[in-house]
Design a binder for this molecule. Structure first.
Ligand SMILES: O=C(O)CCC(=O)C(=O)O
Length: 359
């Protein structure tokens, strides 16, 4: 038993070594995400504890492993797909509904959303691959909905829904909300962000480097303010030197990472920051996500709150202030007013200063 566990640990240790020299270098510490058989009890325990794990040997999207570009072109249907276009390899998400909520603030969208058929997308992808100097990249991010053709429906119906239901019920997650099909060029990068949902991230074609940062890294990741179109995204560009005068906590940043390939399923827990990049020296990549809403809040709240609960509370307070005050400068002023001289470190002797301890 101990030998098997040691062998599995060795497997994880040697797994990332094969990517030495193929991944970007980062200044912060990264540990490996465990790779475990989906039948391994430790994998179940990690999912239940909301810790990332790569599950091997699942048949979750076995029927999608044949989703090559020609297969998708022939079977995805003739409807339009969402294709993001970027002048760099970074495809930072933004919420265009928030674009109008700050009239004094000119936001320059980092990517441009276009609609096109899957065939048109493949033509664009091939052109971009042939002309890297044109500095145009494309990334298809299309929800799998009822516009897909019958062969894709058949493949979808044969996903391992039983395995998903078992996990959903064991972990008390809410309903499945969506499946996103992602087809991107080698080197495309989705910058660090967190989602408010649980995710089984399935790799179908090509390889992706996935870096995850626990919710307790919130202060080290410097998310944008909640009213910003890039809410839930980090302001840090992890590939570039980071100015520690502007972002002093960056020296404390630490994360975990892995590379996923066809058939691997990465569990990305809710509120875990993640940055995902298709390997630059590889081919195009294809992935499918399974996003689940969180389960109902526990009937009894226990203190101290978990880090995840604190992130949720922080978001709620920030959201209320943003909705009430509208202007980010006002939010800053009110937050300073609450903290300065009251909760600030220099003034904070004891929370009960001036109160006597009962004898
Ligand atoms: O694969 C990617 O590029 C991004 C995926 C992602 O951010 C997610 O599944 O939450």
């Amino acid at each position: 038993m101990a030998a098997a566990a040691a062998a599995r640990e060795d497997e994880t240790a040697s797994y990332m070594q094969q990517f030495d020299g193929r991944l970007n270098k980062y200044d912060f510490h990264l540990e490996e995400i465990p790779r475990l058989s989906h039948k391994d009890r430790r994998a179940e325990a990690l999912i239940a504890a909301e810790k990332p794990v790569v599950l091997t040997g699942t048949s979750l999207v076995k029927t999608a492993l044949k989703w090559s570009l020609p297969y998708l072109e022939a079977n995805l249907g003739s409807g339009d797909c969402n294709v993001y276009e970027s002048k760099t390899n970074r495809f930072k998400y933004y919420d265009d509904k928030k674009l109008t909520s700050t009239p004094d603030f000119k936001f320059v969208p980092p990517t441009h959303l276009r609609q096109m058929t899957f065939s048109e997308f493949v033509t664009e992808l091939r052109q971009c691959e042939k002309n890297p100097k044109r500095k145009k990249r494309v990334y298809l991010q299309q929800p799998l909905n009822d516009t897909v053709g019958p062969a894709i429906v058949r493949d979808f119906v044969h996903f391992d829904w039983e395995w998903l239901r078992e996990n959903q019920s064991r972990c008390n997650w809410g309903p499945l909300t969506s499946n996103l099909l992602l087809v991107g060029m080698a080197g495309n990068l989705t910058p660090a962000h967190y989602d408010e949902q649980q995710n089984f991230f399935c790799q179908v074609e090509g390889q992706k480097h996935c870096m995850l940062f626990a919710p307790d890294q919130f202060e080290n990741m410097y998310p944008y303010p909640i009213g910003h179109p890039c809410d839930r995204q980090s302001q840090l560009v992890l590939e570039e030197p980071i100015d520690s005068n502007v972002f002093p906590n960056v020296s404390k940043l630490r994360g975990v990472h892995t590379v996923v390939g066809p058939g691997d399923v990465l569990y990305i827990p809710m509120y875990w920051w993640h940055q995902i990049q298709s390997l630059a020296d590889g081919e195009h990549t294809t992935s499918v996500t399974f996003w689940y809403r969180a389960g109902p809040s526990p009937k009894e709240i226990k203190w101290p709150l978990s880090v995840e609960q604190k992130v949720a509370v922080t978001r709620n307070i920030e959201k209320m202030l943003h909705e009430a005050l509208k202007d980010p400068n006002e939010v800053r002023h009110v937050l300073r007013m609450i903290v300065d001289g009251r909760y600030s470190a220099t003034n904070w002797k004891t929370p009960y200063e001036g109160m006597e301890k009962p004898v």
